[in-house]
Every structure is written in C-alpha cells, then in structure tokens.
Write a protein that binds this ligand. Structure first.
Ligand SMILES: [Zn+2]
Length: 300
C-alpha cells in the first residue's frame, strides 16, 4: 500500500458561469511514499487559472506565486488532474484537513460536472489523525499544519511554506513523528457515499434555545481550576450564537462567565464549554478602547 499526501493552493475567483465565487486551484503538490513513509515519487504542477484572470493579493503574498508563472505554465485543470490521477493510482490519498479535498471536489464538479472523484478509493484526513495523536480535543479550534510541526519540534526553516509541494512534505514529517500503525488504520476511510455525505456536511451552530437538539442537561459549567460544578448566579442569555450565564465556584471563591456553544455536526451535536474570567474580559474591553484611540491618533 502506498500513500499520497496532497496539498493544493487556490485562488478565489468569481465565475460568471456559476454565478458564484469558486476556489480555483492554481497548484498541486504531492509526495508519494511506501508503507514505511519513504518518499518514492513527487508531484508539483501549476494550474493556469481559467476563471480568475489575476491572483488576489492575499494569495500572491502567501504563496509567492506570480501571475506570469501561472500563465507561462499553460496547464489546464483537466490536464493536471489527469497527470495527478496517474500519480495517485491506487494509493491512499491524504490531505491536511478537508478543505483541500473539498476544493478538489469543487473544481472537479466545475470543470467535469461530476460530484465525486471517481479515481479516489481511500482517504485519510491527516489533520484529524494528528489531532487525535496529540490529544488535541478542542474541536472548535483546528490544529494548523505549522502549529503541529512546531509542537513536534520539526524544523521548518528552509521549507517554502504555503507552497503545495513543501506543505505536503511537512505534512509527511508530522505523520512520521506521530505514526502508530494501529491508530492510523482507524483513520483510513473508504470513499463511499457516506464518506461524501460526511465531508460535505456543513456544521452549524444552534443558538435557538427552543431547538429540540439543545439538551437542557448540558446547561452546566465546571470550574476549570478545581473541576467542581459551579453555582449559577444568573439566567442563561443568548449572545453571539452562544448561551451565557454568570457562575460562582464556591470552593475557589471566584466568579466567571460560562459559555456554551452547541454545534450540529455530521455525527451529532457537540457542546463546547468555555469559561471567561470576568475581570480579564473587562480589561480586554478597556485595552481595545485604548488601541482604537491610538490608531485614530496615528491616522490623524
Ligand atoms: Zn473551583
């Protein structure tokens, strides 16, 4: 079994044909490895945009790809994809997070009219695997590739980050450091109908307290210092798509605000609990005020 780690760069462009913005792929980069994660082949190709005539400045600054390079390369998406299909063959495809695979799906649909990737047999979300291995449980904050590399003390100097090929190499280094054959197998998925339903599922935040998916039993907060259930001092209110109430931990003699966010995900409802120190929050507000003033003075 071989593995292919793919990374893509894309540019947001408005399509008159589709009447919407499309994340148009401008670069494919990938490494192919054997089962011991030795690199046995590499892939790096630019794609000449057909929708957007110009790279937006944010993408240009991040990737250092120039418009000239893209147009000189003279490769259509369909051409690069056919090369990539041969490169992938029957390997397991890996990407860091689902945005690359979703963007590949989006482009595939745009240019070829197909909603699925017929060449894809098996897939692994490397980000999800690394989060699992590092015990990263805060699902509201996804683990970035460079953060993961830092946590694993991987030297990123000399790598041209935010370029497809280099990012795919960095993803491989992270995987190598966190590899456990048994755990890894659990993360390999077959690209069947359920797989497509899962990756295209749009997570939503539920902030209507009357929604039956909002379980009243979840309305509690434990003190993050001692772990004891805190005493609720106010009614729950809805603000910025979360439910909030004031709490007091009787043991630690501290007051704080508890915030609950209910998210509807493919595999059910998840609840994120957060504690916000009241004092700290006030200070932050004050500081924001000062910054706003300073900026204004500078602009004047
Ligand atoms: Zn406490």
């Amino acid at each position: 079994m071989n593995f292919v780690i793919l990374d893509l760069e894309w540019n947001g462009a408005y399509s008159k044909k589709a009447k919407k913005f499309v994340n148009e792929i401008i670069e494919f980069g990938a490494v192919k490895t054997d089962e011991q994660f030795n690199i046995i082949d590499t892939f790096s190709m630019l794609v000449t945009p057909q929708i957007g005539k110009k790279l937006n400045s944010r993408v240009a600054a991040l990737t250092h790809i120039t418009n000239e390079e893209l147009f000189d390369s003279n490769n259509t998406f369909t051409h690069v994809l056919s090369k990539f299909k041969k490169f992938l063959s029957d390997s397991v495809l890996l990407t860091w997070g689902t945005s690359d695979i979703l963007t590949l799906l989006e482009n595939h649909k745009y240019y070829l009219g197909e909603k699925k990737l017929p060449f894809l047999t098996t897939y692994c979300n490397l980000q999800e695997y690394c989060e699992h291995m590092l015990g990263h449980t805060d699902k509201s904050r996804q683990l970035g590739l460079s953060t993961c590399a830092q946590m694993l003390s991987i030297e990123v100097e000399g790598l041209e980050l935010h370029r497809a090929f280099e990012d795919s190499k960095l993803s491989l280094l992270c995987l190598k450091k966190l590899y456990n054959s048994e755990a890894f197998l659990e993360f390999i998925e077959v690209a069947n109908d359920e797989f497509y339903r899962k990756i295209t599922f749009k997570n939503t935040v539920i902030y209507d307290i009357k929604n039956p998916l909002v379980d009243k039993k979840e309305f509690y907060i434990c003190c993050d210092k001692c772990g004891k259930k805190a005493r609720k001092k106010s009614k729950w209110i809805t603000k910025n798509r979360s439910f909030r109430a004031q709490f007091k931990c009787n043991k630690c003699k501290r007051d704080f605000e508890g915030r609950l966010t209910f998210r509807l995900k493919y595999d059910g409802v998840s609840v994120d609990r957060r504690i916000v120190e009241i004092n700290r929050e006030e200070k932050k507000e004050k500081r924001k005020g000062i910054f706003a003033k300073t900026n204004k003075t500078n602009n004047d």
